[in-house]
Design a protein around this ligand. Structure first.
Ligand code: HEC
Length: 298
């Protein structure tokens, strides 16, 4: 008869190899999940930081708009804005000092180009109907602006620019009363989407601590994995030892059983023999008795 190679015949070694495999896969999956979580939290962090940045720009811009623009002394770097068509764009003070009016978009553009932050954030104001052609949207910005017109209030995407990952975010500029001083002639009303402000932040900066974090994750998961392996190893050795002991005990039991059977057979044989002897004895007695009586009577 052939030996059945089914599960019942799997050796201890194979069973434990399977255990090691399952344990390794579990640890691996859990680690990958952890690393993915970290990736997501980096994106979340970048989103929050970029949103804060945009909110600050919007706040500053609103301040300028609330004053209907601000007057500064014109320079070669800050000339009168050719796209700004309002009376009193250029004025002279009582003492004869020349001033030019800066509209909010102009102020913000100058601030963003002259004082960029340390993080490589790039911000830009744009519109589907720009007064200044330099504010025309790129493809991504146009997509975001169209989504604002559909009612969305934030547009975020991760984009590759020159081989670097950027988080790009845009928020809409909604027309308020103060904007109409300069934008009414384009046909805008209060509540319309005038355009948007977009920021892009290189994600690299948020990944600064990623290497460190990943090493920590690898080390701790490595340790957990090794502890699991050690526990498996210990129980493997114990099982091997116990199964050997069990085998020995079984063998011993078998031997003792055999012995007992043999002994039983012997004793049973002996008892039978005794019974026979007793019976023979009794029969002989009977014969003797009858012989005795028979000899006396006649
Ligand atoms: C003092 C005039 C003035 C006021 C007030 C003003 N803007 Fe502008 N805005 C301009 C001018 C001029 C430009 C275009 C030239 C430039 O880029 O500086 C412009 C540009 C923009 C742009 C960029 C796209 C483009 O058309 O070039 C947006 C978006 C914008 N304004 C929105 C607003 C909103 C929203 C308000 C109100 C909260 C507002 N503006 C208030 C004068 C003004």
């Amino acid at each position: 008869m052939m030996d059945n190679p089914g599960f019942m015949h799997v050796s201890w070694g194979q069973r434990y190899a399977l255990g090691v495999l399952i344990w390794s896969v579990l640890v691996c999956l859990s680690m990958l999940w952890n690393l993915r979580q970290e990736e997501q939290s980096v994106v979340e962090m970048a989103t929050v930081a970029t949103r804060a940045n945009i909110q600050k720009d919007i706040g500053f811009r609103k301040w300028v708009a609330s004053h209907g623009g601000v007057y500064v002394g014109p320079t070669g770097h800050t000339p009168p804005n050719p796209y700004l068509e309002v009376p009193d764009r250029d004025v002279l003070t009582n003492t004869g000092k020349a001033l030019t009016l800066m509209n909010p978009a102009y102020v913000l553009r100058e601030m963003q180009t002259d004082f960029p932050d340390n993080y490589g954030t790039k911000s830009r104001i744009t519109s589907i109907k720009p007064l200044n052609p330099a504010n025309a949207p790129d493809e991504w910005e146009a997509k975001a602006l169209r989504s604002f017109e559909q009612g969305s209030r934030e547009f975020v995407e991760i984009q590759e620019i020159d081989g670097q990952s950027y988080l790009r975010m845009m928020e809409p500029f909604i027309v308020e009363q103060g904007c109409l001083k300069c934008h009414a002639h384009q046909g805008y009303k209060v509540g319309d989407v005038r355009g948007g402000i977009g920021s892009s932040v290189p994600l690299e900066r948020f990944y600064l601590h990623r290497g460190e974090h990943n090493i920590n994750v690898l080390l701790s998961y490595g340790a957990i994995w090794l502890i699991g392996l050690a526990a498996l190893g210990v129980s493997y050795r114990r099982d091997i030892r116990m199964s050997a002991a069990r085998r020995q005990a079984q063998q011993k039991l078998h031997q003792q059983l055999d012995e007992l059977l043999r002994f039983q057979k012997l004793t049973v044989g002996r008892e039978l023999r005794m019974k026979e002897l007793v019976e023979e004895n009794a029969a002989m007695h009977n014969q003797l008795d009858s012989a005795k009586h028979g000899g006396m009577r006649p």
